[in-house]
Structure formats: structure tokens, C-alpha cells
Design a protein around this ligand. Structure first.
Ligand code: MG
Length: 338
């Protein structure tokens, strides 16, 4: 199989998130039985949130904020939190100027940040704070951390999660995502990347968290029956469902539609699965009609391109595994740290 260029993968990670989100928004919270009776096969309008076709939600807005901050400032977690605040208060990087969908934990964290600007203490760390709100936006962070080394990826992905979701389980899920993305950016396929991420993360998971993450860490989630895949708003469910869709399907459209048609938290499951599939198969594998149907098509494509270029420059400046980049047919010139 021809290698997917790194720039195409990076753009695919961002655009794939948005397309999955937009496919899922009209059917968020619907039952799986409803999707079985009336499966989503393309962009729809209205439905759950009565939004026009191609409208993305909080998952994508926060992903775009993260991508924009990384592209402009580099690693800047307080800057990312400032961006989340502008999204909530002023509608920055929304599809049509208004926030219509936000998780409780995310809202509470941003409101705490608004009061004292302490980005280190606003994330919820109770066990009940393990919704999928940090996993859904972590694709740009995971890409940025490529080649950063296991210890650095664990710490940084966890810190980025903790802006809103600080419990160890959410931080581990975001760290797993970063390790999986690192493996995919290195040219590995879905199953090999999963084994790689599992082998790296397993020994860093305390015994208390092992039962919750077992079906990911032992790889068994890849081949369970569809009836055993949950698609609710729990961070572990979303990561498991995304992995199952990726393992069971062979291209971007089939992966993201499988995610949407699990029902439940359809937009977030499809956003996470769509981002991972976009990174795996590249932006060029996403149907053009779905890209064209999204709100603010040109703005988003321009940002995704800026983010991809910033990542490539950042990796080169950091000396990120030049042999990996060469193997993946990426530019190797060092053009300065951002
Ligand atoms: Mg949403």
C-alpha cells in the first residue's frame, strides 16, 4: 500500500474529526435500534439539535481551538484554556457563531478558569468526571507530541486532558491516544498501532485502573460483537467504540458511519473515530462531498493546513525521529521551532 504523506494524515486527523462530528450531530442521543432502522449514510440536517447539515459541535470547536493555539504558539496550555473560554463566551471556532452543545464537566472547568485563570486546577478529578470531553478534542495534541518519547507523551497528553478532565482514567485514555497516533504517524496500521500503544502504556497503568481499561489494553475490544460495544459518553466507552470501528472497517467512510450508527453519543464517537481514521487514511480518503457539506469549509481547511505545517516544522526542529519521517515520506528539513 502506498504510504500516506504525513501532511495528508495531519489534515485528515483534523478534518476527519469535524466530518465525523457533523455526521453524528443530527442523531446524537438516538438509540442504536433507531440507527439500525434508519442508518446514517451521509450528511443530514436538523434532527437532535435542529442544525443545518454540516454543522459541527463542541468536539470540533475544541479540536479547532487546540489546533489553532498549537499552530500559533506551540505548546501553550494556558493559551489553549484561553481559547476554550473564547469559544464558550464568544463562539470562536463554532460552525455558526453559537455554542449549542457542551458537556457539564467541560463547562464547569472553563467557568472555574474564567474566575481565577488557574489552568492547573480547573479540571475535575472525581471518578464521575470521566466523560469523553478531553478525548474528543485531543487529536491536535496527540499529533503535536509525535516523537516526543513515552515519558513526555504520557505527561503532556495527561496535562492537556487535565485542563478539563483531570482524573487518571481520562488522562490515561488521552495518553493512549497519543501513543496510538505516534504509531500511525510512523506508518503502522490500526491493529499494529494498537499493540504498540498497549505495550507502551500497560506498565504505566496502576492496578486500580487496569480493570476499566482491560478491553483496550489486551486488544480484545477490536473483535467483540457489536452488541458488546457501548457508545455512551464515558471516556472508556468512546475510546473502545472508536477502536472497534477502526478495526472492523477498512476505510474512512465505513469507519465513521459505523461509529455514527452505534447511536448514543454519536457525534463524539464519530469525531474520535473519524479523527483516528483521518490520521490513518489521510484527508484525501474523506469523501469530498462530506468535506464540502461542512460549515466554514475554507476556514477549516486553511487552519488544518496551518496546523499540519506547524507540526512538521515542530517535529523537525525537535529532531523528532527523522528516520520515521523519512519512512513516511515526510519533509525532513528543519525549518525552526514554533
Ligand atoms: Mg458534541
Amino acid at each position: 500500500m502506498t504510504a500516506v504523506p504525513l501532511r495528508d494524515r495531519l489534515i485528515g486527523g483534523v478534518i476527519g474529526t469535524l466530518v465525523g462530528d457533523a455526521l453524528g450531530v443530527p442523531v446524537e442521543f438516538t438509540a442504536r435500534s433507531a440507527r439500525d432502522a434508519d442508518p446514517v449514510q451521509g450528511m443530514r440536517g436538523h434532527g437532535t439539535w435542529n442544525q443545518p447539515a454540516g454543522t459541527w459541535s463542541d468536539d470540533s470547536s475544541m479540536t479547532l481551538v487546540a489546533a489553532a493555539v498549537l499552530a500559533l504558539n506551540g505548546w501553550d496550555l494556558p493559551g489553549m484554556m484561553d481559547g476554550f473560554l473564547r469559544w464558550l463566551d464568544a463562539g470562536e471556532w463554532t460552525a455558526h457563531g453559537a455554542v449549542f452543545d457542551i458537556g457539564n464537566r467541560t463547562r464547569n472547568s472553563i467557568m472555574l478558569y474564567r474566575i481565577d485563570r488557574d489552568w492547573t486546577a480547573c479540571g475535575g478529578d472525581d471518578e464521575g468526571d470521566n466523560g469523553n470531553g478531553s478525548l474528543m478534542r485531543c487529536m491536535p495534541v496527540s499529533c503535536w507530541l509525535f516523537g516526543n518519547g513515552l515519558a513526555g507523551q504520557l505527561e503532556a497528553a495527561g496535562q492537556a486532558s487535565a485542563l478539563t478532565h483531570a482524573h487518571l482514567r481520562s488522562r490515561l485514555c488521552c495518553a493512549w491516544h497519543a501513543l496510538w497516533c505516534d504509531a500511525v504517524l510512523s506508518g503502522r496500521d490500526v491493529r499494529t498501532a494498537t499493540r504498540t500503544a498497549n505495550d507502551l502504556l500497560r506498565r504505566h497503568v496502576p492496578a486500580s485502573e487496569l480493570p476499566c481499561l482491560a478491553r483496550i489494553l489486551d486488544g480484545s475490544i477490536l473483535d467483540v460483537a457489536r452488541s458488546a460495544v457501548l457508545s455512551d459518553g464515558y471516556v472508556v466507552s468512546t475510546l473502545q467504540a472508536s477502536l472497534w470501528c477502526l478495526a472492523q472497517q477498512r476505510d474512512y467512510p465505513a469507519t465513521v458511519l459505523a461509529a455514527v450508527n452505534l447511536g448514543g453519543d454519536a457525534d463524539t464517537t464519530a469525531a474520535v473515530a473519524g479523527g483516528m481514521a483521518g490520521l490513518r487514511y489521510g484527508a484525501s480518503a474523506i469523501p469530498e462531498a462530506w468535506i464540502a457539506a461542512r460549515a466554514r469549509r475554507d476556514d477549516v481547511l486553511a487552519l488544518a493546513g496551518r496546523f499540519a505545517d506547524a507540526c512538521l516544522d515542530h517535529w523537525a526542529a525537535c529532531g523528532a525521529r527523522a528516520e520515521r519521517m523519512a519512512r513516511a515520506a515526510a519533509p525532513t528539513a528543519c525549518s525552526g521551532r514554533r
